[in-house]
Design a protein. Structure first.
Lengths: 342, 342, 342
């Protein structure tokens, strides 16, 4: 059932321009929106699409408002505004409450929890109100899962781990597997160090598909409130990730790394073990953080790509950079000698 | 039951040399083949193995045919020929048809579909003829899966996604998880953008083990016909991958990237978001594509590895490349000055 | 129930200093240990913690023994000693024996095997004594699993694979998926090469969460005894990994690579296909091995990260390294000319 544009403004604020009675049935991109849809302009690069969009209304910043002939909501933060409206217009439909007959649940759980087909929940598990555990998830003995959390299918949570409220954990994620800890014998073989810590996850954390988070060796692996982890991330044992830090896909974080609050880590970046990253640090895509970063800022270590032949010519030189530097120094000495004479 | 070599030639073409009545029981590498096996030579590097192979017949190109004393099939494309013969000689055995009693299937499906143990198939799912869904897969409400597709165990397909005909999806793959989309509050916390698009996958697509493909934010994530994705790949929301593009393992593709047709992307490469890659582009292993590639060709951005001490000496210079360039310029100026005087 | 410190020394050796009757209830880090806990000092960087630890006893090397006022076990290899004691003090609790009623087991298995909820074990599977198969695992037809192996939840083993004794396989791991093998048609489409080899895994191998190991194309993919693989690793078809090699998270190994014995491969490193790595090679984190390594040693190919502005200034030069080398050569020639004249 559509809502009126002015209802949205009454609820979320912003300045309305145009017909407040416009009915809004959903949201869409400027390019993809059809009749009845509300769109938004967050990236100035797409401003020209305001002229051609079929959206009936657009959320945008004051400086772009004049470019739009349809109804609009003017706000200083159009993307954030859009996020709130979209979530309100389209709440995720919840699976029905109760335990599917094929699920095996060895702990007492609240009546409003939804447990899907073929789930196994072990003994001594504490699950709070409103949790959704989708099909084929496995939750080991002694885990705790906070109110309103949602586990998508095929998630594994090992014994003894703790997940806060309103977590969203996507399919294939593994929480609490053993950290990679071994001591080496003199013959080169490895003796496993028992991994007896837990994974402790705060509130409002999202964890992407096929991401894995190892339990601590002795102390815990800790993910603080509001952390967002994308897909295919590896979090090793005893890592600590601070509040509101967001980490893009394919990142690997080695053991005992300590990442600050409100950081952003770009896709496929790597964080080496036993180092510290300060609050408010941005690590660029594909950058290897090989030593601690003690000051807020943006840090990068990526290499440009080139057409293959050009790459061959230029990057082969990397093996001889030291020799190049020596040659420059030698030239400087010889030139100074000549300059003295002349 | 063996086939005769001349039956193979009758079916797949090529020129037969040697005894056409040779019985062929299977295929093998030049090194590993035993009696009764047919082998192939595709890479000239292995040509010397023709002298020692125990294969009873070999598929090879005209220029290598003279090196082989056993029976042979001569063709301009030995690897392609081998692929066809191998698939014909060894069709994958299909699990028995019907629904395993432990599976929970909430939609009507054709009689010739095979559904394994502990599978959950939600409501409003459309599954075409001959599909195989192996044990512990989860297929969400409203999905469509085309004829002849095969899902290996523990695959998760989120609600509303669409998979074409003859797909092969390996264990642990996740299709349709939420894209990583958040707007930021002024305090650094994140507001989730509902991810309401789908994943739409064409015909003849293969998806590797533990690969994840996120659903679109508003519009769909699209994988066109014939695309081959290896293991451990991350495909973010609203990515578009063109027909017959093949992507090796551990690649990460960020949101809204648009990859052309017939591209090849090497292992562990990264594709940044909101960029375009033209048709027929080859991206080398481990290369980060940080801007659009508008022309067909091969592009590379990898760094050579060195013995550790040599690496230390050379790569420390990367921090001073700009200073080195300045020194060269200063030398040029001073030298020109001297040359004028002399 | 606690053990006495002198019981530990009687069992594992080392020199006891202090009160041998000290009761030990568990192990902990120097920082995290509480009363009743035994700790260890392996990394000299943490030596100052000896003064503040609340551990009742510490395992340490002779040179650090004097810094510790509590009871201590002095040994030349404190980390290895700790590994052995920790495993002895805290054996992993085994799930109860027998087959969960919800599991589907189509092969005969020993009475002391533990099979969890919703597991599927296919026909012709050989499982040895004491194996643990946790909830929602899938083991395909014809597999063999050696005595004492432990599969955590949601592991998939494809048909025909072989796993040795005492393996530990973490959740979400996939063993035996098809290798990524295709021959290309002239129109750019791909013909699948049937992957008919197996994965053969030796004894005492550990495989991390969400790691995938492809079956061989024709011959097998082989993981020798004692190999340790961390999380999120990709092992392609026909790879061979030698005894006691340890590989950190997010590594990708391309097809037919052959890695020697007792190697260590750092996180997110890449190994290209069809190459050889000798025994006792250490590959650094994030290093791409693009050609064979024939001698033991440490090899590195990573790039330093910089503050973003500094990175821009320096790394843009990578595109012009060849030109820089040319300029140096030109300067040398001109300078030699001048020197001759002067």
């Amino acid at each position: 059932m559509p809502v009126r544009l002015d209802e949205i403004v009454a609820r979320f604020g912003g300045d309305l321009a145009g017909d407040g009675s416009t009915p809004i049935e959903g949201v869409g991109t400027l390019e993809g929106a059809g009749p009845g849809q509300l769109s938004f302009l967050a990236n100035p690069k797409y401003r020209h699409l305001l002229h051609t969009t079929r959206a009936v209304a657009v959320i945008l910043a004051p400086d772009a408002a004049a470019d739009c002939s349809c109804a609009r909501i003017v706000t200083s933060q159009p993307y954030l505004y859009f996020a709130r409206v979209a979530a309100w217009l389209r709440p995720q439909p919840r699976p029905s409450q109760g335990i599917h007959p094929s699920a095996i649940v060895e702990s007492a759980i609240p009546a409003d929890v939804s447990v899907g087909a073929n789930v196994w929940i072990g003994p001594d598990v504490v699950i709070a109100d409103g949790v959704v555990v989708e099909a084929n998830c496995v939750i080991g003995a002694g885990c705790e899962i906070g109110a309103g959390s949602w586990l998508y299918p095929n998630v594994t949570v090992y014994y003894g781990c703790r997940i806060g409220e309103r977590a969203i954990i996507h399919a294939g994620a593994v929480i609490g597997s053993d950290g990679f800890g071994f001591a080496r014998e003199s013959d080169g073989s490895w003796v496993k160090i028992p991994q007896t810590g837990r994974v402790v996850i705060g509130n409002d954390v999202e964890i992407g598909a096929n991401t894995s988070i190892d339990r601590g060796a002795l102390d815990d692996t800790v993910i603080e409130d509001g952390v967002k982890l994308d897909n295919q991330i590896q979090v090793a044992h005893n890592v600590h990730i601070g509040t509101h830090t967001a980490i893009a896909g394919c990142v690997g974080i080695a053991g005992s790394a300590r990442i600050g609050r409100r950081c952003t880590i770009g896709g496929a970046a790597g964080i080496q073990g036993h180092l510290t990253i300060a609050d408010d640090v941005n690590v660029s895509t594909d950058t290897l953080v090989a030593k601690s970063i003690l000051r807020a800022g943006t840090y990068t270590g990526t290499v440009p790509f080139l057409e293959h032949g050009e790459w061959l010519r230029n990057f082969a030189r990397l093996r001889h950079l030291d020799a190049m530097a020596d040659k420059i120094r030698a030239l400087e000495t010889r030139l100074a000698e000549l300059e003295k004479k002349s």
